[in-house]
Design a protein around this ligand. Structure first.
Ligand SMILES: *[C@@H]1O[C@H](CO)[C@@H](O)[C@H](O)[C@H]1NC(C)=O
Ligand SMILES: *[C@@H]1O[C@H](CO)[C@@H](O)[C@H](O)[C@H]1NC(C)=O
Ligand SMILES: *[C@@H]1O[C@H](CO)[C@@H](O)[C@H](O)[C@H]1NC(C)=O
Ligand SMILES: *[C@@H]1O[C@H](CO)[C@@H](O)[C@H](O)[C@H]1NC(C)=O
Ligand SMILES: *[C@@H]1O[C@H](CO)[C@@H](O)[C@H](O)[C@H]1NC(C)=O
Ligand SMILES: *[C@@H]1O[C@H](CO)[C@@H](O)[C@H](O)[C@H]1NC(C)=O
Ligand SMILES: *[C@@H]1O[C@H](CO)[C@@H](O)[C@H](O)[C@H]1NC(C)=O
Ligand SMILES: *[C@@H]1O[C@H](CO)[C@@H](O)[C@H](O)[C@H]1NC(C)=O
Ligand SMILES: *[C@@H]1O[C@H](CO)[C@@H](O)[C@H](O)[C@H]1NC(C)=O
Ligand SMILES: *[C@@H]1O[C@H](CO)[C@@H](O)[C@H](O)[C@H]1NC(C)=O
Ligand SMILES: *[C@@H]1O[C@H](CO)[C@@H](O)[C@H](O)[C@H]1NC(C)=O
Length: 383
């Protein structure tokens, strides 16, 4: 009797507790998270101590859920050693909208099961050692707004299926071992793309002309590749473009003249180590925010433009290793904001104007390998 009574009291006490232990959450999602945990070594024991069965998965570190607490909507880890592969069961987290595994010492491929995540908006797998090709199924994730696969060991081509990502805003595939061309149609259907970062790969062929039709583009970084041909002219007529970095490619041709150059937001203009020729473009003289102007190691001809001295925000001018002639423009000596001025390896002549001693913020200056004559002005000692 007494025993029964105690049991009943216990049952009553436990009842509410037991109800709350019945998982309100989706068991498939739970299984997927546990498999994710299983596939990594977790050397710092973070998952081991935090992802415990006694707490609902919505309270687990790195996991976020929808408002009902039933489904996982986000799985996000940055700068944490996981040491393992990405579980294909991630593809079972059917409500996932954000998957961020950045700088988490992961290896292996991107599981093709991710094609079962139609709600995914953010996919960030940067700074790992993931390898294999970029799976074409990513092109099925048409709600994706941000795709970061940079700083991994991906090889092969950029799948043209990525052209289906018509909501894409950021595409960052830099620092991999990607080869082949940038698919010509890649940007035909991505009106909201604001950042393209494909630098430090082995991409070949021409820059797709459709880049010039991306009216919201702010950043175009294609440096350290093997791209050839000329830059599509439309790239020099974009209202929001702040950075053009195509350094170290095989691009050629002249840059459009002042009339066809309309980049009002331009800050960073880096065209070095290519085969560009013609006069130094004067269009950037209209870019009031211009900060860095680098045309080094090309085949530009004509003189060093004096308008550079009128650019209020300019801090660095790199024009070395071209075919520039004429004198060092004395006007530049008034630009006290300059930190770096490199005019070396050209055919400049005349003397070094003593006024250059006013450039008190300068950290780097070089006029080496020109036909400059005379003495080094004493004022340079002020720097
Ligand atoms: C969990 O989610 C999956 C996929 O959305 C669904 O098929 C399954 O019925 C759900 N299970 C429960 C218990 O809600
Ligand atoms: C797991 O980490 C989360 C977030 O830091 C924290 O709120 C929660 O209490 C932790 N759970 C356990 C069991 O340590
Ligand atoms: C990666 O994380 C480590 C700490 O875990 C940190 O020291 C390092 O700077 C991070 N690297 C990047 C590229 O963020
Ligand atoms: C989850 O995904 C794996 C592999 O993708 C599959 O084999 C398994 O049946 C799925 N599990 C559940 C519970 O749906
Ligand atoms: C993925 O997209 C391709 C077209 O690129 C289509 O043929 C295929 O059916 C899609 N797969 C899924 C699972 O939606
Ligand atoms: C682009 O962005 C605008 C404003 O954010 C949005 O209304 C529109 O639906 C987006 N277009 C596409 C194709 O994603
Ligand atoms: C620049 O683009 C605008 C539309 O964005 C267009 O009307 C104009 O003709 C273009 N200018 C040049 C020189 O291509
Ligand atoms: C470029 O054109 C603008 C007018 O659009 C003019 O003000 C400026 O002086 C020109 N710059 C050069 C270097 O020709
Ligand atoms: C350029 O300089 C002006 C003032 O000299 C400043 O107001 C503006 O913010 C600067 N632009 C950038 C992009 O730094
Ligand atoms: C550079 O330009 C000069 C003059 O236009 C030309 O003679 C020379 O062949 C060019 N050099 C290269 C490497 O293209
Ligand atoms: C430098 O600026 C001063 C003051 O604005 C001006 O008087 C002088 O002519 C300028 N010197 C050069 C070489 O442009």
């Amino acid at each position: 009797m007494a025993l029964l009574c105690i049991s009943m009291v216990l049952l009553i006490l436990l009842a509410p507790c037991a109800t709350s232990l019945t998982p309100p959450y989706n068991n498939t999602d739970l299984a997927a998270l546990l498999d994710f945990k299983e596939q990594v070594k977790d050397p710092n024991g973070i998952l081991a101590s935090n992802w415990t069965a006694s707490a609902p998965f919505c309270s687990w570190i790195g996991v976020s859920c929808d408002s009902s607490g039933k489904w996982v909507t986000g799985l996000e880890f940055e700068d944490m050693a996981l040491e393992g592969t990405i579980s294909p069961q991630i593809g079972n987290l059917s409500f996932l909208s954000s998957l961020v595994l950045s700088n988490t010492t992961l290896i292996g491929p991107v599981p093709t099961e991710l094609d079962r995540l139609p709600r995914l908006q953010t996919l960030v797998l940067s700074y790992n050692s993931l390898s294999g090709t970029i799976p074409s199924i990513l092109g099925n994730l048409t709600r994706l707004e941000s795709l970061y696969l940079n700083s991994n060991k991906f090889f092969g081509g950029i799948p043209q299926e990525l052209a289906n990502l018509n909501n894409l805003q950021i595409l960052r595939l830099s620092d991999n071992d990607l080869s082949g061309p940038i698919p010509q149609g890649l940007f035909n259907n991505t009106p909201n793309l604001s950042r393209i970062q494909l630098g430090s790969n082995r991409l070949t062929g021409a820059i797709p002309g459709s880049v010039g039709s991306l009216s919201k583009l702010e950043m175009l970084v294609l440096e350290n590749n093997l791209l050839s041909g000329s830059m599509p002219a439309a790239i020099f007529n974009m209202s929001y473009l702040q950075a053009i970095a195509v350094t170290r490619n095989n691009l050629r041709g002249p840059i459009p003249g002042n009339e066809s150059f309309h980049l009002p937001m331009l800050e960073f203009f880096s065209l070095g180590e290519n085969w560009f020729d013609g006069p130094i473009p004067s269009g950037p003289s209209k870019c009031q925010n211009l900060d860095l102007f680098s045309l080094a190691v090309n085949n530009f001809t004509g003189s060093v433009p004096s308008w550079l001295a009128t650019m209020p925000n300019l801090t660095a001018i790199y024009l070395s290793t071209n075919e520039l002639t004429g004198k060092i423009p004395v006007e530049l000596s008034n630009h006290t904001g300059l930190l770096a001025l490199d005019l070396s390896e050209n055919n400049l002549e005349g003397e070094i104007p003593p006024e250059f001693g006013q450039l008190r913020n300068l950290r780097y200056i070089s006029f080496a390998n020109n036909q400059i004559t005379g003495t080094i002005p004493e004022s340079i000692g002020n720097l």
